[in-house]
Each structure stands twice: as C-alpha cells, then as structure tokens.
Design a protein around this ligand. Structure first.
Ligand SMILES: Nc1ncnc2c1ncn2[C@@H]1O[C@H](COP(=O)(O)OP(=O)(O)O)[C@@H](O)[C@H]1O
Ligand SMILES: N[C@@H](CCC(=O)OP(=O)(O)O)C(=O)O
Length: 831
C-alpha cells in the first residue's frame, strides 16, 4: 500500500517506508504498519520526509510544504562521496509556540520523561520499585501508542547498582563478617562508577521486558557531559535518537557513569547548561531534540516554596522562573538523588527558555503523566506566561472569589440583584429580541430542526414568563442560604447547627436555549454560587446581551470595600475548547451541570476528571396508561409527552398501554392523535403478537428516539408496567395515567426513576445521579450543607474527664415561621 507524504498527506502516513517516487511537492512511499503511521503526524512529517531522503541519493528533490525545521536546518554529508545525510544538531532557539498554559500541553507531541533515582528505587533500599516502574512504563507506552514520541531519561543505575554490590558482598562474607561490619557501623563505600555499570544493565533489561509487554522496543543511549560539548558527538546523539524514534523505538537515556569524568560543577557554557546530573542531561537532551515537553519525575509532588515538611511550605502549581525564583527556598535532596531540587529547577528554567515546557511531578503517583498531558493541575508547571493562569482559569478564579462576596451579601441584596435582572429583561426586551433575531436568522441558514429553532427563539411572552420566574426565585433569597436544618444541644453551652451553604462555583453548559442564561444566573445568585456559563454558539448574540444584563444587575449592588467585584461572580465563556480547559480546574470549579442532549451530557461526564457532573443519563422515558383512567387525559398526556419537545431528554420514548385498551378503543384514539402530529409508531413484541396489523417492530425496547417516533407496547397491569420500566428505562422520567389511587401509589413507589409523575406530563436540568440532587435541579440542588458548632471553650478532654456530659438534645428549628423538630441526620458521635 502506498501513501502520500506532502500537501495531500498532511494528516497521517507511514514512517517505515520505501520511496517510490519523489516530485516537487509529493513524496510517495510504501506503508508498513499502522503503528508507524500514527507516529508521524503534523509537524513530524519531517521525519518521514527524512526517511524518503535517506533512501534516495539526492536530497534536492525534497520540497514538501510540510517539511519543518529539521529539514530546513539542513543536513550535512559526512564527507567525500557518502551522500547519506546526517541530522545536524539543531538547537531550537526560541520556541515559536511555547505552551503558556497547562491546557496547551495536550498538544505536546515529543515528550521526555526523566525518572529520578528516588522514583526508581524502593524507600527501604531493597531493589527497584517495580510496581511504580511498571506503572510509568504503562503510561509512557499508552502515550506512545497514541502517536506521541516518548523518550525516557532514567536515573537509578548508581542506586540500584549499589544495592547489587552490597548484596554481592553480603553473599560472599561469612555471617560473622557481615554482622561485624553492620554493628561497627561501617557502611561500605562503593565506587559509583562500578555501581552504575552494575545497575545500568539490570535497569535496562527490566525496561526492555516491561516495554515488550506493551509491544514497544527500547534502546539504550548513554551519554556524558562532554558528548554535549563536542559538536560531532552532540550531532550523532540527535541523529541516533531521531533514527530510533523513527522506528518507533523508545530511547532510554542515562549518563554513561561508568566512565564519567568528575562533574564540572556549575561550569555552564555560555547559554548552555552544564550536564552535571540527569536533570540537566534531560533538559539538554530535550532542547537538542526539540521536545515539546519535559516531565521531571521525583519523589515530591513538585516544587515547594520551601523544602517539603518545613513550616509554611506549599506546592507551587505554576512557576514562572523569571518572577518566582527568589520566592523559593531549596535545601536537601531525595535519599538517593544527585542534583536536588535546585538543580532540577535550574534545568527546568533553562529548558523553558529554550522553548521546552516543563512539569516537575511526583513519579510515585499513578496516572501523573496522562493527567499532565490532559492539562490537569498536577505537579509544578513551568511557564513564562505573564499571567500564569489561562484566560478561562482567570475567569474561574474570579468567579470563586466573587462567589464569596456574593455569599456575604445580605439576602435582601441578592434578592435585589435578581429583581433588577427581571426588570432589565422587560426594559431591554427590544434589544434582546433584535439580538435573538440575528441568531435565529443565522440558524435558519444552516440545517436546524423546527424544535431547536423553537428553543432558540425568544418572544415577548417567553421573556415575560422568564421575568416572572426570576421574581419567584428572588423571593426565595431570604430563606435559601444559612437556613438551619437541624439544631442539637450537644452539651451545656455547646450547640451544633446544620445549615445550608452554597456549593461554590458551578459550570453550567447549555445548548441552544438562551433563556437558560438568566434563569441559571438567578438560581446561582440566589444560592450564593459563582457561575461559569458556556452557551451554544448558535445563541451567541442572545447570550451576549443576556449576559451583559446579568452583569449589569450584579453591578447594581455595591460590594463592601476590598471585596471582589460582584460582577465577576458570573462569567460567560465562549469557545468550545474552553470547556476542556475548564473541566480540569477542579481547584476552582465544584460542580458541572450540562443541560442538553444525552450526547452532550455523556461527553462532559467522560471529560470531567475530578469535578462531579450533575447530569442525566439517556432519557428512555415512559408513559403508562392504566386500565382505569380518564381517556381524554390519557390522550392529552401521551401527545404532550412526545410532541411538546421530542428531542428533550424527558420526552416519552415508549408508551405502555394496559391490554384492555386494545378493545376499549383508547389505544386507537391515542395512536390517531399521535399520527396527526406526525409521530411514527413502532410496536413492542407483546403488541406484535397480539395484533394482526400492528406498527412495524421496534428495533429495541431500550431506544431513545429523540424525535417524533415512539415504541408502543402492551402490559397486563401496573406491575407489568413497573417491571418493563425498571428493565428497559433509564431511570429518568416516567409517568402513570390512572384514576386508581392504589395503582398510582404503587407506580410512584416502585418505579426507580429520578422523576415519577402521576397524571402529569413532564425544570434547571434533570439529574439521574443518585447522590446530592436527583430529578429536576432547582435551588435546593445548588446547595450543600455545613455544620456549625458553637461552644464556650469546650475541649474533648473535658468530656472524657467528666466536666461535661453529652446531652444530644434536639432543638427546634424555624420552618415557615413555625418552630419544629426536624429529624436528626447525624448520629451521636459527631463531637
Ligand atoms: N523547595 C523545594 N521543593 C521541593 N523539594 C525540595 C525543595 N528543596 C529541596 N527539595 C528536595 O529535593 C528533592 C528532589 O530532588 P532530587 O534529590 O534531585 O530528586 P531526584 O532523585 O528525583 O532527582 C526532594 O526529595 C526534596 O526533599
Ligand atoms: N546517572 C545516575 C543518576 C544521576 C542523577 O542525576 O540522579 P537523580 O538526581 O536521582 O536524577 C544514575 O543512573 O544513578
């Protein structure tokens, strides 16, 4: 099979190829395996072109548009008539696209991972930390198979070799000799060069065995400081490494310690770091190899403001060497490390200057590497960004701070903001409708369904209803936050209260419906939560004006002196990629609420790591028409449940009908009405077996149509309906139409769904998750609780000494102006 490299072959193609022909802008080559293809994407097409070049006698022919720096920086012949080109050493100089934000790291393609000795060896000095190593090998292999180009720089040869030599000596000594060495405290001093030689082979055979499990081959590359200083050896190093990567082999690099000269401490060449340990070696290699990212794995979770464990020391998540270096204190190193953190930071800063992004992280934690690539806040990220937070991160930080201002406001002020917003919706009605009309016109030019258009379109009536809804939310401000849910006298002058509290910062992602924006903003303001909103691009003009009104309403109340501007409590993010960046900000965002199609919710649930998602699964919702029911009501509910908004997650997908209605005529009546509304019907297996001319069979009873189609099925009774729903439904929303109280009670109790309705057709979003909030999510779903304990200098010791006795006496709380006793949620052991 032949693939094309060049203009038309930009995306993916072979690496291990044989040249068939070369023209001015096309190179045709022969593909071998998929794995080789995946290796060469985007800018690394140069390597494939290099392959093409190598099998040809002349290199003038290469002129593809996507040949990048490697090609442009040129080749040199090794002399005389040998035309085989060698890759020139290519110091990258200033990186044209340095990754300024963590979110950019997902674009990193060539990645160098350096493992410190403390990661590789066990804490008890008994051999290698095999589990840890295997996990890192697995993560590296995973990235390599995704098409990234991985290089390992491994320390640990000396530490491992030392253990090997110690073991060897112990084995060759008598018990008496061994004991006398140990008891006299005489620690054996080993020659590090010999240790390195002994340790390196063991390390390599282990790596090779482990990578083989994932289908990758490895190669050992040993280098020393002088190899980087010498132009030729430095060039050969890059050439050899490139060739190995070209064949999808993972180079494993270490210092050639067995013959190393004494390190030339701190003798940095002009602008070039001196290679004195594996951190500087890895940095140097990363720069020479034009790597995108260098990950330095150590036995700490990153750079700390002062040595970990010292007072006030905290992890620095983002480090800008130019600005932050003077704020960090270094001291000591890991138990087996050579360079220490200061050397690591020096190496990292140098690599960054040369255009390689760097993260220092704890190699002992499982999954660090993919998390870093996903842009998660793992370890210390080195950047030269002036504002070290990404634009969306800035919004998230501001929303978090402003949410605290919001919480401190008097309830009357929160109420005033929401009322102001309701007023603005009416006052600026014309402007809103003009902006909305732009969205509608643009949408009509595209391929948009009638239902989506209805959702997108705002009308005077919709705005009026919205404003009325907002005023109802405003009324709740007085009683939403800080409401006492439980009160207990624990002991004399010691009382415990459980009160409502905001969740923190919410990220609400919604599609097409612009009226969501003020509605969700009002709920967030009422519940004291910060809010990040991501609306659908199809409603961008409507969202922009509605968001401006939210800010205006927030600005109508002045925050206290020194508090964050209240207007920042709600932010609107616009780009689709922003969602990915936001979903990793678990430090700032506490809950994600996607509102829209099942696929949107599923996508967000998959992407969010660490931030809970309040969403619903697919919506396979049922309406069951019972034997005893009001026929008109049954028709009305069935039609409304399917036709009002067929693509909504809570639209009916299966209509279950009591078998008696085949004869009673109700089934025909319902079907006729549905057909009038253009609903296409399919029948379940039971209906098929009972009727000669039933609708065509449904493909599956577990089907979410999401449009004007539904499955019709027959059941014997309410028990049959409940069994069917619990078996084929998605625990979302299910209804019964019945005039029997007993049937309704049984249905409401036994159907295991987030929402169960009786004689009703089907809210902020639906949650089918079983914790915190389930079903339609309103203000209550945006609250959590906290416990407040008020005492008079009570200590636990005073209870054990008998000064105080536990009383655990329930105290009344005020509900709707009345003093009532609420049931206890905690047990008596919470003090
Ligand atoms: N400010 C600091 N932040 C983090 N670690 C520090 C700091 N100062 C000193 N250290 C020490 O640096 C060690 C890591 O460096 P090093 O010994 O070179 O590790 P490795 O063997 O992984 O290269 C940590 O174990 C920690 O004790
Ligand atoms: N080349 C040496 C490691 C030197 C070194 O820099 O160690 P470390 O500080 O643990 O990364 C070895 O393999 O043991």
């Amino acid at each position: 099979m032949h693939r094309v490299i060049g203009e038309r072959g930009r995306s993916s193609f072979c690496a291990k190829c044989l040249i068939q022909s070369v023209s001015s802008d096309l190179t045709v080559c022969k593909t071998t395996t998929y794995r080789h293809m995946s290796m060469y994407r985007g800018k690394h097409t140069a390597l494939a072109s290099l392959a093409a070049l190598r099998s040809n006698s002349s290199y003038k022919l290469i002129n593809t548009n996507n040949v990048n720096t490697i090609m442009r920086q040129g080749y040199r012949t090794s002399g005389g008539g040998d035309k085989r080109p060698e890759l020139a050493s290519h110091n990258r100089g200033q990186h044209s696209e340095r990754f300024l934000y963590r979110g950019d790291l997902k674009k990193a393609n060539r990645i160098i991972v350096k493992l410190g000795s403390a990661v590789i060896t066990r804490e008890d000095e008994c051999g290698l930390a095999l589990g840890r190593l295997a996990s890192i090998v697995e993560q590296v292999s995973e990235l390599q198979s995704q098409g990234k180009q991985m290089v390992l720089v491994t320390s640990g040869a000396v530490a491992f070799g030392k253990q090997k030599l110690r073991h060897e000596i112990a084995m060759s000594k008598s018990v008496r000799q061994t004991i006398s060495v140990n008891t006299s405290g005489g620690l054996l001093q080993f020659e590090p060069r010999a240790c390195a030689a002994a340790g390196q082979s063991g390390l390599m055979s282990l790596y090779e065995a482990m990578f083989t499990q994932y289908g990758f081959k490895t190669a050992q590359v040993l280098v020393n400081q002088r190899d980087f200083q010498n132009e030729f050896t430095s060039m050969h190093l890059v050439d050899a490494m490139s060739e190995l990567m070209f064949y999808n082999i993972i180079p494993i690099v270490n210092a050639n310690d067995a013959i190393a000269s004494p390190p030339e401490m701190d003798k940095d060449l002009a602008g070039v770091i001196s290679v004195k340990d594996n951190d500087s070696l890895a940095a140097r290699l990363a720069v020479n190899m034009q790597a995108d990212l260098l990950v330095l794995m150590s036995d700490v979770d990153g750079l700390h403001t002062s040595p970990p464990g010292t007072e006030g020391s905290r992890l620095v998540k983002t480090f800008s060497p130019k600005m932050d270096l003077c704020n960090v204190v270094f001291q000591g190193k890991s138990r087996v490390g050579l360079g220490g953190m200061e050397s690591k930071v020096g190496a990292a800063a140098w690599a960054l200057e040369k255009g390689v992004s760097v993260v220092i992280c704890d190699g002992r934690n499982y999954g660090s590497l993919p998390s870093i690539i996903q842009g998660k806040s793992v370890g210390t990220f080195f950047t030269n960004a002036k504002n070290i937070n990404s634009p969306v991160e800035v919004e998230a930080v501001k929303a978090k701070e402003a949410s605290q201002t919001l919480q401190k406001l008097r309830p009357a002020d929160r109420k005033a903001i929401i009322e102001k917003l309701a007023d603005l919706l009416i006052e600026r009605k014309e402007d809103i409708l003009v902006a909305n009309n732009r969205d509608v016109l643009l949408a009509k030019r595209g391929d948009i369904s009638e239902q989506l258009l209805n959702r997108l379109q705002l009308t005077t009536d919709k705005l009026q209803t919205l404003a009325t809804g907002l005023r109802q939310i405003a009324e709740k401000c007085e009683t939403t936050l800080g409401r006492v849910l439980e009160k207990t006298r624990i002991s004399d002058k010691l009382s415990l209260k459980k009160i409502t509290a905001p969740i923190g910062v919410l990220l609400v992602i919604f599609e097409s419906r612009p009226d969501c924006l003020p509605q969700v903003a009002a709920l967030a303001i009422c519940s004291g939560n910060g809010l990040l909103l991501k609306g659908g691009s199809e409603a961008q003009h409507s969202n922009a004006i509605l968001y401006a009104l939210v800010r205006e309403a927030l600005g109508s109340v002045q925050a206290e002196e020194g508090e964050t501007d209240l207007r920042d409590a709600v932010a609107l993010v616009s780009k689709r990629e922003d969602i990915d960046d936001l979903l990793v900000l678990d430090d700032y965002i506490n809950l994600v609420i996607p509102r829209g199609s099942s696929s949107l919710v599923r996508d967000i649930q998959q992407k969010s790591h660490g931030i809970p998602v309040l969403g619903h699964s697919e919506g396979i919702c049922h309406v069951y028409v019972d034997e005893n029911c009001d026929h008109d009501m049954a028709i009305k509910i069935a039609v409304d449940s399917k036709c009002d908004y067929p693509s909504a997650c809570n639209a009916m997908e299966t209509l279950l009908i009591h078998k008696s209605h085949i004869k009673s005529g109700l089934m025909d009546d319902i079907c006729d009405e549905l057909k009038k509304k253009m609903v296409r019907l399919y029948s379940g297996p039971r209906l098929q077996s009972m009727m000669k001319f039933s609708p065509p069979p449904a493909v599956s009873l577990h089907k979410e149509y999401g449009d004007l189609q539904l499955t019709l099925e027959v059941t014997d009774d309410v028990d049959g309906a409940i069994d069917h729903i619990n078996k084929y439904g998605s625990s979302h929303t299910d209804s019964i139409v019945t005039s029997s109280d007993a049937a309704a009670k049984e249905f409401l109790e036994c159907v295991d769904s987030a929402c169960v309705f009786h004689n009703a057709s089907a809210e902020v979003g639906i949650s089918t998750s079983r914790i915190h909030a389930r079903g339609p999510v309103g203000i209550e779903g945006l609250l959590t609780t906290k416990w407040q304990l008020e005492g008079d200098g009570h200590t636990v010791k005073e209870f054990t000494d008998g000064k105080y006795q536990y009383l655990h006496e329930r105290l009344p709380v005020t509900v709707d102006g009345k003093e009532v006793f609420t049931p206890a949620s905690g047990d008596s052991s919470y003090v």
